[in-house]
Design a protein around this ligand. Structure first.
Ligand code: ZN
Length: 215
């Protein structure tokens, strides 16, 4: 989180004409500057930079906004990264707001889900490799031409056939019921009792590009 006062200071210091000039050749026209729009193909300039308002507008394609918007679009950067980059150029140090209650709550909830998924992947994987009860699952994998190497490489697992075994494991791991439900690993029955969503199944953990187990 970057506070608004810092963003305003950066916008003041950045000078949109300087920012845009790094990408577009601008000519002065009256109080404004004009050039060929970088966001669409044109031969006659319809891209206007308004110095007094510190914004830009293309009358050809409709793009417009502040120096921040311009850099975001040109460099394909997110808002925070763009602000950081402009601040660096302007020699302004950024005050980042470290605490945001709602954001903190979201982050914690997400972390809890990731932890549950990661632990479940390890649990299921160990069962597939070692549990006598997973013999049938192992035999099935073998029948499809996959051995232990593949299972280890992809952390393939086996969900136990009883809800009780899964839930006992979850309790031992200290995973709250609500996290189990939110993660999709468990559901609540009509009478409100918790049961494992996956039973007697091969399990394939899905990781995102950061290596976090997300499903
Ligand atoms: Zn345009």
């Amino acid at each position: 989180m970057i506070d608004q006062a810092t963003i305003d200071r950066i916008l003041d210091a950045a000078q949109i004409v300087d920012v845009v000039s790094e990408f577009v050749t601008l000519r002065r026209r009256g109080v404004n500057y004009i050039g060929l729009c970088p966001f669409h193909n044109e031969k006659t300039p319809s891209f206007i930079v308004d110095q007094s308002r510190q914004n830009f507008k293309c009358f050809g394609c409709g793009e417009g906004g502040s120096a921040i918007t311009f850099v975001m679009k040109m460099e394909n950067l997110g808002f925070a990264d763009t602000v950081r980059r402009l601040a660096e150029k302007a020699g302004i140090s950024i005050v980042e707001e470290v605490y945001d209650a709602a954001e903190e709550k979201r982050r914690k909830a997400r972390t809890a889900l990731l932890v549950a998924h990661k632990k479940a992947a390890v649990f299921f994987h160990r069962l597939l490799l070692c549990s006598p009860k997973a013999a049938e699952a192992r035999a099935y994998l073998n029948s499809r031409g996959y051995g232990a190497d593949m299972a280890k490489r992809w952390q393939v697992g086996w969900a136990p056939d009883s809800s009780r075994e899964f839930l006992a494991w979850a309790r031992r791991e200290g995973i709250p019921d609500q996290v189990l439900i939110d993660s999709g690993l468990a559901n609540r029955g009509e009478r409100g009792d918790l049961y494992a969503r996956f039973r007697d199944r091969l399990m394939f953990p899905i990781n995102n590009v950061y290596g976090e187990c997300v499903a």
